[in-house]
Design a protein. Structure first.
Lengths: 365, 365
């Protein structure tokens, strides 16, 4: 059985528990997770009393037969109505209320009404983020994809640093584009997100967009970036200094590094996500910089760059083995500069596995 | 007045016509179009009786003040509820039913109910794709961004061809990654979409994903790719031949080129999108290959790679000056090979402006 078939079976078991006859999966990443399909249009109907149906349009007929050989194929421009007609006999039909739009639900209801032709119309019930909850726990193949995605990012940064590409006079935009191009050359499908390159005072802006600011001697250079491999996203931040390091820079860096180590050490099976955040945050608060750490500690990564679990003071839940998460505290001093250090890790029964292997010693270029 | 302010005024006028007191814009690209904001979380409330409100979270406070200086800022993790509370006094509130999810609507209703505290709750009414309709007509700045995005793609392909990168023995994946990396080096923010490189029999698959298939003498090489500049997407397909050209290849190429020229010639203000598709399709049907042209003729491009107007037999509406569209007929012979030729163009009062300038002569490498 393919890993996708096993995932569909897990969703089928959940559906049966909730007295659903079928679940209509519309979120495209969830469809990918449950089928292996990577195209831009597809939906899946998982039935407790099988067979399942996969719907896509004519552009993807060949691709669907290769990527999804074990699910019955429905080719139709309008995938959701096509699958809805097939589900019209269901008593209770599950759907993804966090994904389906208001218009999509209206269309779904209309199709079900028409198909019932005056007979019984299926009752609709949201399955909430059931597939996202499955996705939070990664299997060995997914972890291997994440390892490779992290390795590409590590390698790209190492090459740029070795070649002297991170030197005074270059602009944030130039550095960002070279990092992106290097990750592609090393086998990434795409950058994980819009690469952040922030130098000098810009490094105090958590999500600064690279601009024409030039790198200068004595400035922080904060790089937050990642690569996508097999659809899986890596995420890493490193903060370097160009040339001479001032005392205040060394102090802020040491503080964030200590906080980040505490956050990593708190990653364990059963740990509450709020407590993990606190383990790192308390270090920064104790040093009087609590107000300068303005975001959560981390987040899950996988087919999305941000997915479950969220690790922060507003999060809820506990960690489980196989979760892939980031740990990324930061201290941002407006107008001066900021430091963030971020790794991607896998929660295990023992110590977490570190996937982003670039050194976290303060690198002075 | 900024161009974004003028766009908000146009939406405000439309809202007033529909007796709406305010419109809640949740589609992130529509928010970008109406404000200039490029972050990953934002929503906009346009009020007929002003002032407008822009909502984003704390990561983007600095960016919002730079990019959206002329709209009152609301910083809140939950942007939609925050703006909804501000709109609680409205009699009728417009929203985007094609974008807001079922969960999003439920949350919106809950916030409005709570804010009303037993008083009158705003009536909700969909504005449908009102902002997308605005976006279909590009202004001079947008056209200039599209020109630059097309020029980057043209230049990337020219450089790869000149350097001999498109030669037998290389794989589709290698060629695709080099095209992507070259576009980034030339100033693209990202490829417009997953670059299609399809050679030999793979060229008969309209949306083939690049794989480890090697380029071979005598094969078609189909490249469908584009660059993003200022958020605007270019889209171009060229089909080349490596080495010797067989007669059947020359014939198919000439047919698609003739069809594509007919499609371009049909682009004019007031033209029905179905008629434009037919102008190109009739050429292919007359040659007996109607069944081998399996998709629509083209689509609008802009902040999205596919946007209004759709140009196909299932489309509706007419062209207007300032629309940016693709013209991309193809003939696909399963198991043998296929040809697609695609340009991005601007509809004008006279002849359309061609933005993708790479030659459409059959290029033999």
């Amino acid at each position: 059985m393919s890993r996708e078939a096993a995932r569909r079976d897990a969703l089928r078991a959940l559906a049966a528990q909730q007295d659903l006859d079928a679940v209509l999966v519309t979120n495209l990443l969830n469809v990918r997770y449950l089928t292996g399909f990577t195209g831009s249009n597809g939906a899946l109907l998982v039935r407790t009393d099988g067979p399942d149906l996969f719907g896509t349009d004519g552009r993807y007929t060949t691709q669907a037969s290769t990527q999804v050989p074990d699910v019955e194929l429905v080719v139709d421009r309008a995938t959701v109505p096509a699958l809805a007609r097939a589900a019209a006999g269901a008593g209770r039909l599950g759907f993804e209320s966090h994904d389906l739009t208001v218009d999509g639900l209206e269309q779904l209801r209309r199709v079900l009404d028409d198909a019932a032709a005056g007979g019984r119309v299926p009752e609709l019930a949201s399955v909430r983020r059931a597939v996202e909850a499955q996705r939070a726990i990664k299997d060995d193949d997914e972890i291997e994809s994440l390892r490779r995605a992290c390795a590409v990012a590590d390698q790209a940064l190492a090459e740029l640093a070795a070649e002297g590409a991170l030197r005074p006079g270059r602009t944030e935009l130039e550095v960002g584009r070279e990092l992106d191009a290097r990750m592609l050359a090393l086998g990434a499908e795409a950058p994980s997100f819009e690469t952040i390159v922030a130098t000098g005072a810009n490094s105090a802006i958590p999500h600064h967009r690279p601009d024409r600011t030039e790198l200068r001697e004595g400035d922080f250079l904060k790089l937050d970036f990642g690569a996508t491999v097999d659809g899986y996203h890596s995420d890493m931040t490193r903060t370097l200094v160009l040339g001479h390091v001032a005392d205040w820079q060394r102090e802020v860096y040491a503080l964030v590094a200590e906080s980040q180590a505490a956050g990593r050490a708190a990653l364990s099976v059963g740990a509450d996500v709020v407590a993990v955040d606190s383990a790192a945050r308390d270090v920064i608060v104790a040093a009087g910089h609590g107000e300068h750490f303005t975001h959560g500690l981390g987040h899950g990564v996988g087919l999305e760059i941000h997915e479950a679990p969220g690790i922060g003071q507003l999060g809820a839940g506990t960690l489980a083995a196989g979760m892939a998460v980031t740990v990324e505290p930061g201290v941002y001093l407006p107008g001066h500069g900021g430091v963030r250090i971020e790794d991607t890790l896998i929660v295990t029964d023992g110590a977490p596995e570190l996937l982003t292997l670039t050194s976290k010693e303060l690198l002075v270029l």
